[in-house]
Design a protein around this ligand. Structure first.
Ligand code: SF4
Length: 439
């Protein structure tokens, strides 16, 4: 099992109306360069001590530093509803563990010789705002720290109208071989409403540039359930996506987050959302259309051409280790999760001072690991291997949760066959109900 490497790049060109992260716009080259230097500093750091007192101190300090603004935004992870990390790592699940006070997550995982890695994922924010020189220096630092497989999957998240052909060619020459592309919708009215800062033509042109630059592994992010969206509008989006024929498509229903401009517009009735029935119809239309176009659903929200699943994101659902670097980056080493400072300035300063940016660490108890194992694996169409559960935890999942699961089996949300527990197609629509069994 190889480790995944996640690099967080917090900057965005403009702010989307549905975004609930403490993102900020790309302000100037200087602040981005300072962040890149800190990122490289963290990757090269041999700092291993993370004392709980320091962590608590930093958590308090971060708040006071939020307001002093030096051109560095305070940020979270991109697309909370979209990121596999977010579903696993809601802040409430993370806490400082006193008994970890002498441990460094990084020391044991990352410094016992170079760790092998077969995926690197740059997420944001908008990592495509990095110049090739900056990206090259980051990847070089990753390669110094990890033993990267020759055929590693190296993904960069990109937004339309943030890249040029020359830049993409340079990205390719640096080893980037996968683009995760934030299309969201091909409807200009919706893009404006979402304040995406680009139109559908920008997405089409950027896609052409990606192909011209030699990208043969492209993933689209699309969002359904948008204000005013009708079933036919959604179908038109699917048609256009399928006609463009990316290798991978991630499809999500819009989530409304309190405090965002869109939440206010929805509350005031100016931007009516599709009701639950229509959302379910959209989900079903998506399954049908993508299946007919030869895409395989391998996860609740993810579809790919055969063999083009996201190898990096599969690590989250398979509960494999992923080590994150950068502001608010989350890591998991098989038994512990930890998270870096959530404010960019606090993150940069901690690295510049030679401190560890880790602010919280949690050693998962067996009960939590079992729960995560169950609901993450169930997100995958191949489901949960009951023998693997038995081997890993020395107990029977069905003996522990069977009674509640039986109710879901009776109403057709799950099935159990060949020692595997899976969500049915209907179960994927009501997955949160099933996941509730394990938490
Ligand atoms: S691109 Fe993503 S992270 Fe940036 S503002 Fe839009 S939704 Fe937020």
């Amino acid at each position: 099992m190889s480790t995944g490497v996640y690099i967080h790049v917090p900057f965005c060109k403009s702010r989307c109306s549905y975004c609930d992260f403490a993102t900020d716009v790309y302000r100037n080259e200087e602040s981005v360069e300072r962040y890149v230097r800190a990122l490289i500093g963290e990757l090269r750091s041999q700092k291993s001590e993370v004392r709980s007192q320091e962590r608590e101190g930093k958590s308090k300090k971060e708040k006071s530093e939020l307001s002093d603004g030096e051109g560095l935004p305070s940020l979270g992870t991109h697309h909370s509803s979209l990121s596999p990390q977010s579903s696993v790592l809601s802040p409430g699940r993370l806490r400082s563990s006193q008994d970890d006070s002498s441990l460094s997550p990084q020391s044991s995982v990352l410094h016992a010789g170079r760790v092998r890695s077969d995926t690197i994922y740059l997420g944001g924010g908008t990592p495509s705002l990095l110049s090739p020189d900056q990206l090259g220096r980051i990847l070089e630092a990753v390669r110094e720290r990890f033993e990267i497989d020759d055929d590693a999957e190296i993904t960069v998240e990109m937004n339309p109208a943030t890249v040029t052909l020359d830049q993409l060619k340079e990205y390719r020459s640096l080893g980037v071989n996968r683009a995760s592309f934030g299309v969201q919708t091909f409807d200009d009215r919706s893009l404006k409403l979402l304040a995406r800062g680009h139109d559908a033509d920008d997405a089409r042109k950027t896609y052409e540039l990606l192909r011209k630059a030699g990208f043969d592994n492209i993933s689209f992010d699309l969002i359904g359930g948008l204000p005013h969206q009708k079933l036919d509008d959604w179908r038109a989006n699917l048609e256009e996506a399928v006609a463009m024929s990316p290798e991978h498509i991630s499809l999500y229903l819009l989530e409304i987050h309190e405090g965002t401009p869109l939440a206010e517009q929805v509350r005031s009735g100016r931007q009516p959302l599709p009701d639950e029935d229509l959302a379910a119809e959209m989900y079903e239309a998506m399954l049908e259309r993508l299946d007919a176009a030869g895409y395989e659903q391998y996860e609740i929200s993810n579809f790919s051409r055969p063999g083009r699943e996201s190898r990096h994101n599969l690590k989250y659902w398979e509960l494999d280790p992923v080590i994150g670097f950068g502001v608010s980056a989350h890591s998991f080493d098989g038994s512990r999760r930890w998270v870096n400072a959530r404010d960019t300035l606090a993150y940069v300063r901690s690295v510049e001072c030679g401190d560890s940016p880790v602010v919280e660490i949690d050693r998962l108890q067996e009960k939590q690991l079992k729960a995560e194992f169950a609901f993450l694996k169930l997100r995958l169409n191949r489901g949960l291997d009951l023998a693997e559960y038995r081997k890993r935890f020395g107990s029977e999942l069905l003996a522990e949760f069977g009674e509640q699961l039986e109710e879901f089996r009776e109403i057709g949300l799950i099935d159990i066959e060949d020692d595997r527990l899976r969500l049915t197609a209907k179960g994927r629509l009501y997955s949160n109900e099933v996941f509730g069994v394990f938490v």
